[in-house]
Each structure stands twice: as C-alpha cells, then as structure tokens.
Design a protein. Structure first.
Length: 105
C-alpha cells in the first residue's frame, strides 16, 4: 500500500519516517518530496508498505500523531491525477504576431 504522509516537519528525515512506520510492519520505501530547485522538503512524503493490514494499522495509529510540533496527516495515497501540462517554454501564437508586438514594416 502506498501511504501519503502530510504535514511532515521540514526537518524530518526519511530514516525517521521509516523507523516510525516500521513499528507497524515492513517498510519498502520512504520518499520525502522536495523542491527541485532548493532541495527543501515540501512537507509531505510517501511511504510504501507491502502488507495492507500492517499499512492500515500504521495509518490508523499515526494519523494525527504530533511529531516535531506538527500533527501528521496520514491517508492512503491516491493515484496522481492527469492534469493538463502548462508549457511555459515558448512557442505558439501569443496574439501579437510572435515578436512581442513590435511590428516594423
């Protein structure tokens, strides 16, 4: 089962989360999501546990638990929704002739 862990303290480590969830069963992986530019935690993580009953036990026990001054939000992860991609790399007609509106004749 893939578990979403929200409201994670920015100082938390993947090892700390792994140890926390390991109290309830086997943990396959822990991934704290970070900003790709700064490397700073975004305050949420995903934990993967192979045994659904152990994962549910962890989910029920840890949801709302205070860690480092923050109450964890622990739920079953939902599949990522397909969202339209915003492509800001240029291209396409911007309604101004494609040259910034500076037309010279």
């Amino acid at each position: 089962m893939n578990i979403y862990v929200g409201n994670v303290a920015f100082t938390a480590t993947e090892n700390q989360l792994s140890d926390l969830f390991a109290e309830y069963g086997e943990v396959n992986s822990v991934k704290i999501i970070t900003d790709k530019f700064t490397g700073r935690s975004k305050g949420f993580a995903f934990v993967e546990m192979p045994n659904d009953s152990e994962a549910n036990e962890a989910l029920n026990a840890l949801n709302g638990l205070e860690i480092n001054g923050r109450n964890l939000n622990v739920t079953e992860a939902r599949p990522k929704e397909d969202r339209p991609r915003n492509d800001y790399r240029g291209g396409g007609d911007r309604g101004n002739g494609g040259n910034g509106g500076n037309r010279r004749y």
